[in-house]
Design a protein around this ligand. Structure first.
Ligand code: SF4
Ligand code: SF4
Length: 195
């Protein structure tokens, strides 16, 4: 070890250089605005595309949108949807879901059921606070799903717009998801033998 390096090391040890170096990070963060949210007193703004609790929707005249086709049940990778469909006695050839269950304990919030629905009867909402001590209350039945849909109709519609499912109009398209440029760009150059 040269004399210069030795002197530098002795000086650093005498002046507690490592401690001051580490404190630099502490001092830097002392002047940053904290980003911690004091949940549940403070809550974050949830984006429209958020995948929260599922709800069933009605048409504006109050009719149930769901026609009991079972496509959502078939699309669900967690097998947590059960639809029992029946014929509508008042409207020949029309069917509806007489019973509808979603076991939220198994749901992975993938949104496939919403995408599979041909009539946009299902949508996701911004509801995420449904923790409970009684797991049985997390088997959402038809009534509860319609209740969620009615109480959070605006959010449900925004979800459908955000996922381009409600209308093919500008309002809907502006929510379209684009893959981030930084990720979309190739991360490696093409090997010479392939170019
Ligand atoms: S969000 Fe996914 S896991 Fe949940 S019910 Fe729909 S399809 Fe099934
Ligand atoms: S919610 Fe949609 S996909 Fe599921 S049964 Fe009803 S109409 Fe069919």
């Amino acid at each position: 070890m040269s004399v210069g390096t030795l002197t530098k090391k002795v000086l650093q040890a005498a002046l507690f250089y490592e401690i001051w170096d580490a404190m630099k990070v502490t001092f830097k963060h002392m002047f940053h605005k904290p980003i911690t949210f004091q949940y549940p007193r403070e809550q974050r703004a949830i984006p429209d595309a958020h995948r929260g609790a599922l709800g069933l929707l009605r048409y504006d005249d109050g009719r149930e949108r769901c026609v009991g086709c079972d496509l959502c049940e078939a699309a669900c990778p967690s097998r947590c949807i059960k639809v029992i469909s029946s014929e509508d006695s008042e409207r020949p050839l029309q069917r509806y879901a007489s019973e509808f269950y979603i076991d939220i304990t198994k749901c992975v919030f993938c949104g496939y059921c919403v995408e599979a629905c041909p009539v946009n009867a299902l949508a996701m909402t911004k509801v995420y606070e449904f923790s409970t001590h009684d797991k049985r209350t997390l088997m959402f039945d038809k009534k509860r799903l319609y209740d969620i849909g009615e109480r959070h109709l605006d959010d449900a519609k925004k979800y459908l717009y955000a996922h381009n499912q409600e209308k093919n109009v500008e309002e809907s398209r502006e929510y379209r998801y684009y893959f981030p440029q930084s990720v979309a760009k190739p991360t490696q150059s093409t090997p010479k033998h392939l170019s």
